[in-house]
Write a protein that binds this ligand. Structure first.
Ligand SMILES: Cc1cc2nc3c(=O)[nH]c(=O)nc-3n(C[C@H](O)[C@H](O)[C@H](O)COP(=O)(O)OP(=O)(O)OC[C@H]3O[C@@H](n4cnc5c(N)ncnc54)[C@H](O)[C@@H]3O)c2cc1C
Length: 453
C-alpha cells in the first residue's frame, strides 16, 4: 500500500507544528492541515497575547513606582486599549508568518481547512481525501462556558483578546490560572475587576502558601475577590450592561462577564468514530504512553489528550512522536516530573516540584523554608507588594522537592531552579550556591531556618 504522506498532522498548533517540522526534518513526507490559525492557541489566543496583555497591564504599576525614583510626568498617563490590541494583532501576524515559513522551509505540505478522519489512514480536507501511514491528532482545546441562562452574553478568553474597548467593570469567573491572569490584566489596566470562584480559594493544586499570598496581594491591588460564589443567570439590562444573579441571590453588575472555567478537547467533526479512536473517561483522546490511540495508525498529543495542558509539554510530545516514528534511536519518553510553571498574575507565580501539601500526602518528612519580604525595588515607592519564596525539602535525603514563588519575574527565576531540581539538588547545594547580589532570587539560596519541620 502506498500513501500520499508518511504523516498527516491535524492541527498546526504547538504540538502539531513541532511534530510536523521534526518529522519532515527526519525525512518523512508530512502534511499538516489547519482550520483556523497557524501556531494554534498559544500564539493566537493563549500564552503569547496573554503575556503581551500582562506586560501592558504592568506599566500602570511601573508609572506609579517611577515617582519614587524621581520621575515626574507632565501629563497623566493614559491608556489606549485599541493600541494594545492592534499592536498585539500585528505581532501575532508576524508570528503566524514565522510558523508558515518554518513549516514550508522544512518541506511540510500545508493545507488550509478542516481535517476530518475518514478511516484509519485517510483524512478529508475541503472535499479532498489524503492517505497517510500515520495520522497525528493535535487539535488542542476550546473554552467551555456552563450553559446557564444568558451564558451567550458572556465571553471566553477567545473573545477577550479582541474586545473593542476595555470594559469599565469586569466579572471574571473561574479559579484556574487563566482566570487569575485575566483578572490581573483587567485590574491592572484600570477596570473595576471582580474575580468570582465557586470554591474556597483559587488555584487548586498550587501550594497553599502561594494561593493565600496571591489572594492577599490581589486584594491589596484593588481586585474584588468573591469565593464560594457562583452565577446562576445573566441578563442584559436596557443600558447594555450585564447583570449576574448569584446562587445566594446577590446581584452583581458588569460590562463584561468573562468565563475561564475550563477547556474541553477540540473534537468537533473530527471523525474519530470513522476510525474507532476511543476517548478516556474524561472525554479526551485515549493514548498509551507513546501517544498511540486505540487505532494503531493514529497518534494524539497536546491538549486533546488532556495530560498537562501547557505549550512546552505539547512541544515535547510532538517531538517524541516524530522521533519515535522517524528517529527511533533518539526517542526518549517525555518526563512529566518537575514541570515548572508560571502564572502571569500580577504579581507572578513561579513553581516547580511538590507543594507542601503534596509532599505531606506522599508521606515525606519535610522541612519547609519560607521568606516573605518587600522587594528592594519597591522600598523607595508607595507599593506595599510583598514577595513570597518557599522551599519544600525532604528531611530524610535533604533533596529539594519543591520551589515556589510569588513576586516579580517569578516565571523567569523558577526556570533555573527547575534545572537544579531536575538534577536532584539538595538543600545543602542550594546553601552552598553563592547568591547573585542584590537580587530577589538570591533569597532562594539564603534561607537557613525552617519554618516547619
Ligand atoms: C488564555 C490561555 C493562556 C495560556 N497560557 C499559557 C502559558 O502561559 N503557558 C503555557 O505553557 N500554556 C498556556 N496555555 C496553554 C497552551 O496554549 C496549550 O497548552 C497549547 O496551545 C496546546 O497545544 P496543542 O498543540 O495541543 O493545541 P493548540 O495549540 O490548541 O492547536 C490546535 C490547533 O488545531 C487546529 N484544529 C482543531 N481542529 C482542527 C481540525 N479538525 N482540522 C484542522 N485544524 C484543526 C486549531 O485551529 C489549532 O490551531 C494557555 C491557553 C490559553 C487558552
Amino acid at each position: 500500500m502506498t500513501y500520499d504522506y508518511d504523516l498527516f498532522v491535524i492541527g498546526a498548533g504547538s504540538g502539531g507544528v513541532r511534530a510536523a517540522r521534526f518529522a519532515a526534518g527526519y525525512g518523512a513526507r508530512v502534511a499538516v492541515v489547519e482550520s483556523r490559525y497557524l501556531g494554534g492557541t498559544c500564539v493566537n489566543v493563549g500564552c503569547v497575547p496573554k503575556k503581551l496583555f500582562v506586560y501592558g497591564a504592568h506599566y500602570a504599576e511601573d508609572f506609579q513606582q517611577a515617582k519614587g525614583y524621581g520621575w515626574e510626568f507632565d501629563a497623566q498617563a493614559r491608556f489606549d486599549w485599541s493600541t494594545l490590541v492592534a499592536n498585539k494583532d500585528k505581532e501575532i501576524e508576524r508570528l503566524n508568518g514565522i510558523y508558515r515559513n518554518l513549516l514550508l522551509n522544512s518541506g511540510v505540505t500545508l493545507l488550509d481547512g478542516h481535517g476530518r478522519i475518514v478511516d484509519a489512514n485517510s483524512v478529508e480536507v475541503e472535499g479532498k481525501r489524503y492517505t497517510a501511514r500515520h495520522i497525528l491528532i493535535a487539535t488542542g482545546g476550546w473554552p467551555q462556558i456552563p450553559q446557564i441562562p444568558g451564558y451567550e452574553l458572556a465571553i471566553s478568553s477567545n473573545e477577550a483578546f479582541y474586545l473593542k474597548e476595555l470594559p469599565k467593570r469586569v466579572l471574571v469567573v473561574g479559579g484556574g490560572y487563566i482566570a487569575v491572569e485575566f483578572a490581573s490584566v483587567f485590574n491592572g489596566l484600570g477596570a473595576l475587576t471582580t474575580l468570582l470562584y465557586r470554591g474556597d480559594l483559587f488555584l487548586r493544586g498550587f501550594d497553599g502558601a502561594v494561593r493565600n499570598h496571591l489572594k492577599d496581594e490581589l486584594a491589596k491591588s484593588g481586585m474584588q475577590l468573591q469565593f464560594n460564589a457562583d452565577i446562576v443567570r445573566i441578563d442584559k439590562q436596557v443600558d447594555g450592561s450585564l447583570q449576574a444573579t448569584l446562587k445566594d441571590g446577590r446581584v452583581l453588575e458588569a460590562d463584561c462577564i468573562f468565563y475561564a472555567t475550563g477547556r474541553r478537547p477540540m473534537l468537533d467533526n473530527l471523525g474519530l468514530e470513522n476510525a474507532g479512536v476511543e476517548l478516556d473517561g474524561r472525554g479526551f483522546i485515549k493514548v498509551d504512553e507513546h501517544y498511540r490511540s486505540s487505532t494503531p495508525s493514529i497518534f494524539a498529543i497536546g491538549d486533546v489528550i488532556g495530560r498537562v495542558q501547557l505549550t512546552p509539554v505539547a512541544l515535547a510530545e510532538g517531538m517524541a512522536v516524530a522521533r519515535q516514528l522517524y528517529k527511533p534511536d533518539e526517542y526518549r519518553k517525555v518526563d512529566y516530573s518537575m514541570i515548572p510553571t508560571a502564572v502571569f498574575s500580577l504579581p507572578n507565580i513561579g513553581t516547580v516540584g511538590l507543594t507542601e501539601e503534596q509532599a505531606r500526602e506522599q508521606g515525606y518528612e519535610i522541612s519547609v523554608f519560607e521568606s516573605r519580604f518587600r522587594p528592594m525595588k519597591l522600598t523607595m515607592t508607595d507599593c506595599q507588594e510583598r514577595t513570597l519564596m518557599k522551599l519544600v525539602v525532604d528531611a530524610g535525603t535533604d533533596r529539594v522537592l519543591g520551589c515556589h514563588m510569588v513576586g516579580p519575574e517569578a516565571g523567569e527565576i523558577i526556570q533555573g531552579l527547575a534545572v537544579a531540581l531536575k538534577a536532584g539538588a539538595t538543600k545543602q547545594i542550594f546553601d552552598e550556591t553563592i547568591g547573585v547580589h542584590p537580587t530577589a532570587a538570591e533569597e532562594f539560596v539564603t534561607m537557613r531556618t525552617p519554618v516547619s519541620a
